[in-house]
Design a protein around this ligand. Structure first.
Ligand SMILES: NC(=O)c1ccc[n+]([C@@H]2O[C@H](COP(=O)([O-])OP(=O)(O)OC[C@H]3O[C@@H](n4cnc5c(N)ncnc54)[C@H](O)[C@@H]3O)[C@@H](O)[C@H]2O)c1
Length: 308
């Protein structure tokens, strides 16, 4: 396949590029900064610029769109929303009018997590997801977080394009926290200093995904026979070595409704729909980590309530 890939200088983009290259796909790579570590030419351009021209877009089979501001760190909310909306509107519009049959986009779990833009761990803010376990059917719920709002806007653009261009495929991947290969290896081998790498993403159900599993998900989206608009939550959750999941649900997510279905997985995330529809599941087993050091440092009020 010939694929236009945006965000190739990023963590996920570089991994996806290498995986596509290894499979023999032709890649048209775009970013606003170079990446000497990937084995292909990178076209440098600002994807947010008015009158954007995307290289060779008329001849590609698919667009994998990963270039966005990936969080709010060091940015004003309006800056993130304006930049991401401009980038996404440009890329999606160019792909649509150029006849591209398939678009895969990196959305975020924050589009459904519903939490506030500004919070500190000292406040122990409550999780706001609509229900647990999280799954691919969850309604959009960006809270007051404008990074999340930019992802919701992007999903709506794709849904809209799917109505305008029947027969084409538009997929939004609501990725959780993506772990670099090094960080994932550290979690897998329990060689991480839990005091310096705290698990702060309980507002996202303690979810994560290794960058290789995230890249594999993108590749599966290219192969699938789906048409129309689809969003998925390709994710794993940490497994705690010193605390049962029942206890975690009780202590962290007591206010969140549990889905009322039989045979639910005993975790915070349910990927069965993804496995059924596109045949993806993570290659790696869940990372097992101790919760006790995190609780002792960040959630002292839970204290000895955390017990196996
Ligand atoms: N890293 C995570 O934990 C995570 C979680 C959920 C979703 N995502 C999403 O996945 C995608 C990739 O994330 P990442 O971690 O690889 O981010 P990253 O910051 O490492 O990569 C993003 C890339 O986009 C490029 N880019 C940004 N603005 C641009 C512009 N105006 N023109 C051209 N290129 C531009 C950057 O130069 C960068 O190389 C993003 O859309 C992000 O929102 C990431």
């Amino acid at each position: 396949m010939k694929i236009l890939l945006t965000g190739i200088a990023g963590i996920l983009g570089a991994t996806v590029a290498r995986a596509l290259d290894a499979l023999g796909h032709e890649i048209i790579a775009v970013d606003n900064r170079p990446n000497p570590s990937v084995p292909m030419r990178v076209y440098l351009c600002d994807l947010a610029a008015p009158n954007l021209r995307l290289p060779e877009v008329e001849t590609v089979d698919a667009v994998i769109h990963l270039a966005n501001l990936p969080n709010m760190i060091g940015k004003q909310p309006n800056e993130v929303l304006i930049q991401n909306n401009a980038i996404n509107a440009n890329v999606f519009h160019m792909a649509a009018i150029s006849g591209v049959k398939r678009v895969v986009f990196a959305s975020s779990i924050q589009a459904i997590a519903g939490y506030e833009a500004k919070w500190t761990i000292q406040d122990f803010p409550s999780p706001r997801m609509t229900y647990l376990p999280l799954d691919s059917n969850m309604p959009q719920n960006p809270g007051s977080n404008w990074y999340a709002l930019s992802k919701v806007h992007a999903e709506l653009m794709l849904e809209n394009l799917a109505m305008e261009y029947p027969g084409r495929t538009f997929i939004a991947a609501r990725f959780p926290w993506i772990l670099t290969e090094l960080l994932h290896w550290k979690y897998m081998t329990d060689s991480i200093n839990h005091q310096s790498y705290p698990i702060l993403n309980y507002l996202e159900g303690f979810t994560y995904l290794s960058v290789t599993d995230a890249a594999t998900f993108v590749l599966k989206c290219l192969d699938s026979e789906l048409v129309g608009y689809h969003n998925y939550l390709p994710s794993q959750c940490f497994r705690f070595s010193d605390v049962s999941h029942k206890r975690v649900f009780h202590d962290f997510f007591a206010s969140i409704p549990r889905r009322n279905e039989s045979n639910l997985p005993n975790t915070t995330v349910d990927i069965r729909k993804i496995t059924d529809e596109i045949g993806w599941e993570p290659l790696h087993p869940q990372c097992r980590v101790p919760l006790e050091p995190i609780v002792a440092k960040y959630f002292p009020h839970l204290g000895s309530a955390i017990a196996p």
